[in-house]
Design a binder for this molecule. Sequence first.
Ligand SMILES: Cc1cc2nc3c(=O)[nH]c(=O)nc-3n(C[C@H](O)[C@H](O)[C@H](O)COP(=O)(O)OP(=O)(O)OC[C@H]3O[C@@H](n4cnc5c(N)ncnc54)[C@H](O)[C@@H]3O)c2cc1C
Length: 362
Amino acid sequence: MCLAIFDKNYKLLFVVTENILKIAIAGAGVAGSYLGCLLSNIGHDVTIFEASKKENHWPVCAWGASYHMLSRFSTKAGLNFDNYVLHIGKVLKMDLPNNVTEYLDLRGLVTYDKRRWEQDMLAGAKIEYGTQCLRSTFPSFKFDIVIDCTGFHRTLLPKSHEDFIIPAYEYLVENIEAPEEFYVIGYKGARGYFWYFPLDKEKAYIGAGDIDRKYYGIQDFFQNNPKSKIVKKIGRPIRLAPPRRMEPFSAGNIVGVGESIGCVFPMLGEGIIPSLLCCDLFIETLEDRSVPSFDEYRKKVLRKFSYYDDVYRIVRLKMENRLNMVRHLNLIMSMYINMKMEEKRFGFEINFSKMKRLVNAL
Ligand SMILES: Cc1cc2nc3c(=O)[nH]c(=O)nc-3n(C[C@H](O)[C@H](O)[C@H](O)COP(=O)(O)OP(=O)(O)OC[C@H]3O[C@@H](n4cnc5c(N)ncnc54)[C@H](O)[C@@H]3O)c2cc1C
């Protein structure tokens, strides 16, 4: 049972739950910070353990996501997303193999200050920085629930035999004279892509994810922008295997949320919104029952992200040069229909002809 407390304008202040749980969250990334904030607000006794030291904690990410969705998640946590937006995209230019160029209208794709957003999420939370959780030593028995939000690392859960990751790194660059809009170069065989994501004040993230580790585009960028200055180089692999291939989601009282269980859109390596959607599914399951059901949560995640498996199959078939537009039309249609239904969640136009041209060109 929950009791919701509103202010006089009907804004939700907090919810008091009868069943207070002692919860540990490993990892203070996007999922860990959002969950930490919301679960504490509900009244649970939450402690977050983050491997990095506070001063070094930096979200390894290009900070691009849909304005509409992040506004929604921010409001739930009591933040105003407008305070974090760095760049509002208008158009995305995509250079594809064989000299094909496509332009996508952007409908809400922004970059935002993800670091400050996560810090503000954690403002009232109990957090221990500089604590590297390990499966062998973490005192899980001291908590009712332990949530693995370690993202790509998936530290507290057993490995999945179907895991698939792509190496990636990026530079935070300033003093840029380059184009001010979002720009990507798609690699042949969907084996990765180069990105240029504008931030504010002549800053941008430039980086690449590439299964072949050639990272085409990065060197050219620096040659064409000799005055640009590197502020930071960061990187880690991105998980492309979707939830269906990342079971188990739980082991004993440990449960995974976010990228740790494959909540990343496989075509783009985009995991902010999927991880936050996954958090909401977890909270929903917790609110529905006094005792959390990991099985119910598992079913919800598999249902919500079921089409990610079709998208993942397209990516893998492309990588293996085995995608046939006729034989695999069912997969293409599944990707198109599901993305179209969630157009706002992506922040760019979903257009069937462009999608077909893009898949063909790669
Ligand atoms: C280079 C790059 C660029 C990307 N760009 C985008 C983008 O523009 N848009 C987008 O939507 N997605 C992007 N992604 C993907 C996205 O960043 C992730 O999918 C998303 O952040 C996952 O959220 P998470 O909370 O599950 O994990 P993370 O955000 O990765 O957080 C995991 C946290 O756990 C901590 N941790 C790890 N191991 C331990 C441990 N043993 N004990 C304690 N703490 C631990 C880490 O330090 C980290 O703080 C990018 C990824 C990379 C690598």
